[in-house]
Design a protein around this ligand. Structure first.
Ligand code: GAP
Length: 488
């Protein structure tokens, strides 16, 4: 089978499994006017999503003493004038001269030529490439009109007068707008991070590939503010021996210390935040040999960034960007300072000097992470007639499933007692329907790491069988020792 076909098969099958097992599916799927690029999360998807967020909060926000805020999704025009999004948040659009089919010029050229095509070329360059490669409309084989600039902002009208406003395309703009107030009221000192989770909206020209390119999606963003004169004054002792894979012209697998010595990474500040980000993704169960940071060239970098490293994960779709790590300099703070005519400068107490902070950003897509976790943990084991998601325990939608072996002889009563005992501590699920084998398979299918079965012997000696998902090993254990064992 050609590689591309096989790869798409994996993606398609994970997407189908996700829908069938209550993770996610297209929005309003029962209607013919359903919108492309919008997805709904079912109970298992929502639980997985919340568990990813929990790990993100624990590993980044809490460990690094960051502040978290929750800003609005609709913001006034001024915010996006100052941020540059109304002028520069664009993709190159091409329209078929005959059938009107619309698509992204860079993507179509890339698909046809199999070459990397930058997102930020002049339109004239796309026109030349289309002509040179004789690219025609994939629907009706006619010629395309000249490439145009397509702004991805979603506009809305507020109140009866329909005052123009926009749905935010990245969560961080409210972090920047709120920066002076947060600095004044939250007793923070440079350097410090502000984090935010939330929905964002982009009017993508051609959303495809499920959760990978949506029009409404979730971000987990962190903006770290620092004095630009102190970009190398951060203690990296506890991370300098960590390994890190940096793709800059070629793959460099190195320690953080060596990456700095070899000037692969420009500053200790960037090295520190890339490393803690890597550790967060390891906690999500992404194998280290499937992750890398890719240095993004000037032509491909977003308009607000001086330096970008994309955190990427190898999936069946190729290297997939899960998090953009951008050095935004003072681009945003100076933009809002200028338009609002308010000062965004703050005092760096360590040098007793007023500075306009610089920003290093970790902008992670939640939905893409969720897809990558599903794909990388999915296994088919035909020998045992089962499929599993081998999620890390912390991510599993259900952590412990509890079954009475049969639906009689006092087993359901004891099983319910065990369920009530464990419920406050773990995400539990009680199931008494179907054969025991079928019940185990159902839990494997949604990645439940532990199943407990209450059988005849349980009634005699207060023990249960504890089955572990990946090995399918079963041990017999006293009910009184269950909590300790499961915690372990
Ligand atoms: N604040 C910077 C920013 O928003 P970005 O690279 O545009 O940077 C950050 O987006 C992350 O959001 C990406 O790494 C990706 O994980 C996710 N993302 C971007 N566009 C997306 C889309 N259309 N659908 C799903 N996730 C998307």
């Amino acid at each position: 089978m050609p590689q591309k076909e096989a790869e798409n098969k994996v993606f398609e099958s994970i997407t189908e499994i996700a829908a069938n097992r209550g993770f996610f599916w297209p929005t309003s799927e029962i209607y013919p006017d359903k919108l492309a690029g919008f997805f709904e999360y079912g109970p298992n998807g929502l639980a997985l999503k919340n568990n990813i967020l929990k790990v993100w909060r624990e590993e980044l926000v809490e460990k690094e003493n960051m502040i978290e805020i929750d800003g609005c999704q609709i913001l006034p025009t001024s915010v996006f004038q100052a941020s540059g999004h109304l002028k520069s948040f664009n993709d190159p659009l091409i329209t078929c001269s005959k059938c009107g089919f619309k698509t992204r010029a860079d993507r179509l050229i890339q698909e046809v030529t199999k070459e990397e095509i930058p997102e930020k070329l002049e339109n004239e360059k796309y026109n030349e490439l289309i002509k040179k490669n004789k690219i025609v409309c994939p629907k009706c084989k006619s010629f395309f009109n000249k490439a145009e600039i397509w702004n991805m902002m979603l506009k809305t009208g507020i109140g009866a007068e329909l005052k123009q406003a926009y749905l935010r395309p990245e969560t961080c703009q409210s972090i920047f707008v709120n920066f002076p107030r947060i600095f004044k009221t939250c007793r923070v000192k440079l350097p410090f991070g502000i984090a935010q989770i939330g929905k964002v909206f982009r009017n993508e020209i051609a959303p495809r590939q499920g959760l990978i390119r949506e029009r409404e999606f979730n971000q987990m963003e962190i903006e770290v503010f620092f004095n630009p004169e102190k970009e190398n004054e951060i203690n990296i002792n506890n991370i300098k021996k960590e390994t890190i894979s940096l793709y800059k012209e070629r793959l460099n697998k190195t320690t953080v210390e060596q990456a700095l010595e070899r000037r692969l990474i420009k500053s200790k500040f960037i090295a520190y935040y890339l490393t803690i980000l890597k550790k967060f993704y390891l906690k999500l169960g992404i194998p280290e040999d499937k992750m890398r940071f890719r240095y993004v060239s000037k032509e491909d970098r977003p308009f607000y960034s001086k330096e970008t490293w994309d955190f990427e994960v190898l999936t069946s779709l190729g290297w997939l960007e899960l998090c953009a790590c951008n050095h935004r300099g003072d681009y945003d703070l100076s933009g809002h300072q200028k338009l609002s005519k308010q000062s965004f400068e703050v005092v760096d107490e360590t040098v007793n000097k007023k500075v306009l902070p610089n920003v290093f950003e970790l902008s992670a897509g939640l939905d893409r992470a969720l897809y990558a976790i599903l794909e990388l943990t999915y296994k088919e084991e035909p020998k045992d007639d089962r499929t599993i998601f081998s999620f890390p325990e912390k991510l599993a939608p259900v952590q412990v499933a509890i079954f009475p072996l049969v639906n009689k002889e006092g087993m359901p009563e004891l099983a319910k007692k065990v369920y009530e005992m464990l419920k406050p501590l773990f995400k539990c699920f009680y199931d008494e329907s179907g054969s025991i084998g079928r019940r185990y398979r159902r839990q494997d299918e949604i990645g439940t790491p532990f199943c407990l079965t209450i059988d005849g012997q349980s009634l005699k000696d207060a023990t249960v069988t504890l089955r572990e998902r990946d090995s399918m090993k079963q041990i017999r254990i006293k009910i009184s020792k269950l909590i300790k064992e499961l915690r372990k």
